[in-house]
Design a protein around this ligand. Structure first.
Ligand SMILES: [Ca+2]
Ligand SMILES: [Ca+2]
Ligand SMILES: [Ca+2]
Length: 643
């Protein structure tokens, strides 16, 4: 249960800062406009590195307000200057795109936790003063661009932070336990808090001793010391731009999923309103115009109507393209194991849904009258959608089930075989130029799940050397189709569990570039960069198995990358994901067949002595691998001295 927020006003350094930077308008910030540019060629050739700004590097002690390094849920002092200072380290690692946590001003602290992660928007038009000012943000991005690195901004449109309470008992103050412990809701909670009451499909109702008395009043808080102040832009001070139905507790109920407050008192925005859609495009396009970002990672997309995403993505692309910013990449986060659900945010046609009205219905409504859900005067809306999503279904079915837990590798093939159906196959107008099904964002872990190396409660315990399993999973990540994304600290072998334990301070590692995992990632990113097959080649699975026991091929998985836009380049990745047994690429006399002719030579560039193999009839390759290891095979004539 959340603790009640303190309304005591404390004059703090943060409050003092708020009156300085905080009062600068968007227009004032924009003094010294910058020229937008297209800094990316082909997103498939990028390697993304996810940075939680508060935890990556502290480059400026002057912005360290409310910092408490002893508590994982408090501010730790990282900032944009810190990231800029560490670009050498990241360039050495071989990453090419930085995804940074949200930059907008947040509710500073709430119920004992701080907004250090950036997902508690209070003012979407101002920078978060903990991370620096606009010039520090611009300086970091410009320094990245000088190194041909790109920067992706993390944004949230589904909800804002804890900026108002529902005055259910109409006493004019926020109450954490409205009915003194009496249970009144639908789910088995012990009390009703006015900050985060549970979902009511009618909207949160007020109640007195005589019973219900209509919709509960919405009261915006005013406590500058914790930055619980009315949200910006000013449109968001209108209670009607929120759904006001309370906290989602059943994520399988579509009304709750799309219209409920996000747990933690994060207020759900009515994203079906035309004024909201326009404002979201305006606010976030403005950040690109202010700082020259190259893409967005978009939070909580499954909690927002599909029609919103079409409107947002299309209008944003149009506005940026008119200013010379092309190939802007937008990928969504739908934290869900359902491949078809996450894929629906990249498809031009959303599959029929039993409650289609909630998901936006037919496109014809888009330009109809506003009262019918349309947005008059907007550019014509087509089926265009987001450019990609965080590939959560793969996280569950391949990374967790196979590479960590040693389940059957056929699960990966089954997942990939569904990709053509489940994900968008057409590039979006004014977009990246590539079909979303080719730009899914692959990952091993992130800030919302335990780190790959975590070995505590809630996960299957490692049965092998965890670092060996991580190396094998990293080989998969950096050779498969799509855009790899590495969570900060993976290269330092951080092993934290669930939030906030997985959000460690990177500076405690000393940013060593000598450890085995840093060197492994560096080696793989280098090979990936040199061989077009690994970024632009089509992907074909040539071995997958249901075997997980003592069969010859138990745990084996292999795919080729070739053709497509790879211009003759070829690569073959082979894995033994079995946790204990040495396995081979054959079963009952059938040997794995590659697409190369008999007699071709393939070299495993990951072996110290560049082990070479000559292919048999029909391109057969009989390869034996130790448990949780892999091979990366390149035709002899294509091997570079740098490999
Ligand atoms: Ca700092
Ligand atoms: Ca009250
Ligand atoms: Ca929503």
């Amino acid at each position: 249960m959340r603790a009640m927020s303190k309304s005591v006003v404390v004059i703090s350094a943060l409050a003092a800062l708020t009156t300085g930077l905080g009062c600068m308008s968007f227009e004032e910030q924009a003094q010294g406009e910058i020229t937008l540019g297209t800094h990316v060629d082909d997103w498939r050739q990028e390697v993304i590195y996810q940075v939680l700004i508060d935890r990556f590097a502290d480059g400026d002690a002057g912005n360290n307000y409310r910092v408490d390094l002893t508590t994982p849920g408090h501010w730790h002092g990282g900032d944009w200057k810190g990231l800029e200072d560490k670009l050498d380290y990241l360039q050495d690692l071989g990453v090419t795109t930085l995804w940074i946590s949200p930059v907008v001003k947040n509710v500073d602290t709430d119920a004992g936790f701080d907004g250090y992660h950036g997902y508690w928007t209070q003012d979407a038009t101002e920078v978060n003063p903990h991370f620096g000012d606009l010039s520090a943000l611009r300086s970091m991005i410009s320094a990245a661009h000088e190194r041909e690195m790109k920067v992706i901004l993390d944004i949230v449109t589904n909800h804002v932070g804890q900026v108002f309470y529902y005055d259910i008992n109409k006493n004019g103050q926020p109450d954490n336990d409205v009915f003194g412990g009496g249970k009144t809701g639908q789910s088995p909670v012990e009390h009703v808090t006015e900050y985060d009451p549970e979902f009511d499909p009618r909207g949160i109702q007020s109640r007195t001793s005589l019973g219900e008395s209509g919709p509960a009043p919405v009261v915006f808080q005013y406590d500058p010391a914790t930055n619980h102040v009315p949200p910006q832009p000013v449109l968001f001070q209108n209670e009607n731009v929120y759904n006001r139905k309370g906290r989602t507790f059943n994520f399988d109920d579509l009304d709750q999923l799309v219209h409920g407050d996000f747990p933690g008192g994060l207020k759900d925005v009515n994203t079906s309103r035309c004024d909201v859609k326009r404002s979201m495009v305006d606010v976030y396009a403005r950040w690109v115009e202010l700082a020259d970002f190259d893409g967005f990672r978009i939070d909580t997309v499954k909690h927002v109507e599909h029609e919103f995403w079409r409107y947002f993505a299309q209008n944003l692309r149009l506005r940026l393209a008119e200013q010379g910013k092309n190939k802007f990449f937008m990928f969504g986060e739908a934290f869900d194991g359902s491949d078809s659900l996450i894929g629906s945010f990249t498809k031009h046609e959303v599959p029929a849904h039993p409650n289609d009205m909630l998901l936006g219905g037919d496109l014809a409504r888009e330009n109809g009258p506003e009262e019918a859900g349309g947005c008059p005067g907007a550019a014509p809306i087509t089926g265009d959608m987001l450019d990609g999503v965080f590939y959560f279904s793969q996280y569950f079915q391949a990374v967790r089930d196979v590479f960590r837990d040693g389940q059957r590798t056929a699960k990966i093939k089954e997942l990939w075989d569904a990709r053509a159906d489940n994900f968008g196959s057409e590039p979006n107008a004014n977009g990246t130029g590539i079909a979303p099904s080719k730009t899914l964002v692959n990952f091993l872990d992130n800030h919302d799940v335990p780190r790959f190396l975590y070995n505590g409660s809630g996960v299957t315990q490692f049965k092998v050397d965890p670092e060996l399993a991580l190396s094998n999973a990293l080989l998969f990540l950096l050779t498969e189709d799509g855009i790899p994304c590495i969570y900060y600290g993976t290269e330092q072998e951080l092993d934290g569990g669930n939030d906030p334990a997985n959000r460690e301070d990177l500076w405690n590692t000393g940013y060593s570039t000598e450890n085995a995992t840093f060197q492994w990632v560096k080696r793989l990113t280098g090979i990936r960069k040199r061989h077009k097959a690994l970024t632009l080649g089509d992907q074909t699975v040539i071995w997958a198995t249901d075997h997980t026991g003592d069969e010859e091929d138990a745990g084996i998985f292999a795919f080729e990358r070739a053709g497509g836009d790879a211009e003759g380049s070829y690569a073959l990745a082979v894995f033994n994901t079995h946790l204990a047994k040495t396995s081979s690429t054959k079963f009952e006399g059938n040997v794995m067949k590659t697409s190369l002719p008999e007699g071709s030579t393939l070299v495993d560039v990951l072996t110290p002595d560049y082990q070479a193999y000559s292919l048999g009839a029909d391109g057969e390759l009989d390869l034996t691998l130790l448990p949780t290891t892999g091979a990366l095979l390149i035709p002899g004539e294509q091997v570079s001295p740098e490999d």
